[in-house]
Design a protein around this ligand. Structure first.
Ligand code: URA
Length: 434
């Protein structure tokens, strides 16, 4: 393999053969292709794209660079869901225990906050003691025992993606639909799934805000899933406002527990039900959407999903007292109320601004080494379309200091636009299947 020749071919619009992708990716994962050559190739992919055959070969090679979860003899379907990232999105915390209660095996592998978006691992680690770095063996044992586990990418899963992702992050080569699709799907397929539901976000707070790009990403990932025998479905959901009221790690855990207790906010529950129904269907645990929804609702009303979340927390070393006592979660020192500055209708709650404000409060990372403060964030009760009066409380700010809270109030004033009504986009705009 002569790497400069491969880069040259891609640069000039040609295609690499499956065997060339394989050799290149495995050599890169093994350390024998340097970052500077891989960076040049990645930039050529950003500009030239990949043919269907090349995408399959790249994803396959990334998958084969590591190990897979093995489920021999398991008598339950294995399912997961993946979100392309947003603000206030805590649906994973509800769905893993709900689906486990309904008969699925859920080895949910998630990420940390990226850019302005929150990450499921950071939310879980807000629970005192919770350990997200399980080994593959620990993960499969736990899923066999209680039906679910919530973990980070282990060193054995798609190591080529781990290296490639870190390189893309610093070479401006993240925003490529085939590269995003191969990256996400190589990790998901390594979980040995029977079914996968993709929550592809659209709107100003999404990584790919436009619907056309979101659709293409969804279709690309569905194609990869189907060609690996994993039934894959996608929903396009709105990320032009935060999901639910809470944004910030411990606050989101508290809201997820409220959801598992039957008291979640309507928008969070609408997206959770929709994703859960699709998970039940790809898992073939229900014959239609109505039956799936009834079983999911029953998992909440019976208290079984909430109890399952407690088992999951305990199994991963966390303090299950958080289920009954929100004070067992990290608490902010300063809580300030934010009032509507004028009469009018809430036109926008801008998720990117909210996500960045959480980082400014210390609840996300500015550099990879930053330690996240789990206690800080916002609870925003005003939703787009709500009529508010000047002086009415519409949010609370959870901060470490008064100065930080003042900065966050400024951010809220920018993020929450009040004026004449604006059409509210639907929460779930499309369902995409193979
Ligand atoms: N998440 C991933 O895992 N990979 C990407 O490329 C983008 C988001």
């Amino acid at each position: 393999m002569v790497v400069p020749t491969l880069i040259e071919r891609k640069r000039d619009g040609g295609a690499l053969a499956p065997a060339e992708w394989r050799e290149l990716v495995l050599a890169y994962a093994g350390g024998s292709v340097p970052d500077y050559q891989m960076s040049a190739l990645l930039m050529a992919i950003v500009w030239r794209g990949l043919s269907g055959g090349e995408l399959d070969a790249l994803a396959e090679a990334m998958l084969d660079s590591g190990d897979r979860l093995r489920w021999d003899g398991l008598d339950r379907p294995v399912v997961d869901k993946h979100s392309t990232g947003g603000v206030g999105d805590k649906t994973s915390l509800l769905l893993a225990p709900m689906l486990a209660t309904c008969g699925a095996a859920v080895p949910m592998m998630s990420g940390r906050g990226l850019g302005h978006t929150g990450g499921t691992l950071d939310k879980l680690e807000a629970i005192p003691g919770f350990r997200t770095s399980l080994t593959l063996r620990e993960t499969t044992d736990q899923v066999r025992r209680i039906g679910c586990a919530m973990i980070g990418q282990t060193p054995e899963i798609a190591p080529a993606d781990k290296r490639l992702y870190a390189l893309r992050d610093v070479t401006a080569t993240v925003e490529s639909i085939p590269l995003i699709a191969a990256s996400i799907m190589s990790k998901k397929l390594a979980e040995g799934l029977d079914g996968l539901v993709l929550d592809v976000k659209t709107g100003s707070g999404a990584f790919l805000p436009g619907e056309t790009d979101a659709l293409e990403l969804a279709r690309t990932m569905i194609g990869l899933g189907q060609s690996h025998g994993c039934r894959t479905v996608a929903l396009l959901t709105a990320m032009d406002r935060p999901l639910g009221r809470a944004a910030g790690n411990a606050l989101e855990v508290e809201e997820a527990i409220a959801g598992l207790s039957g008291e979640g906010p309507a928008d969070l529950m609408e997206v959770t039900w929709a994703l859960g129904v699709e998970m039940m269907l790809v898992a073939r645990l229900a014959s239609d959407a109505l039956e799936a929804r009834q079983r999911l609702e029953e998992s909440i009303s019976s208290g079984r999903a909430r109890e399952k979340f407690g088992q999951l927390i305990e199994a991963q070393g966390g303090n299950p007292a958080v289920l009954d006592d929100p004070a067992a979660l990290p608490q902010a020192d300063v809580i300030e109320i934010f009032n509507a500055p004028r009469d009018g209708v809430v036109r926008r709650v801008e998720p990117r601004r909210i996500g960045r404000a959480i980082i400014e409060l210390g609840g996300g990372r500015q550099t990879v080494d930053d330690v996240v403060d789990p206690a800080v964030g916002f609870v925003i009760t005003a939703r787009p379309g709500d009529t508010v009066r000047a002086g009415e409380p519409i949010a609370s700010i959870h901060a470490r200091t008064g100065d930080a809270a003042a900065g966050a109030a400024h951010a809220l004033a920018e993020a929450i636009e009040i004026g004449e009504p604006l059409a509210v986009t639907p929460l779930i705009s499309r369902r995409i299947t193979a």
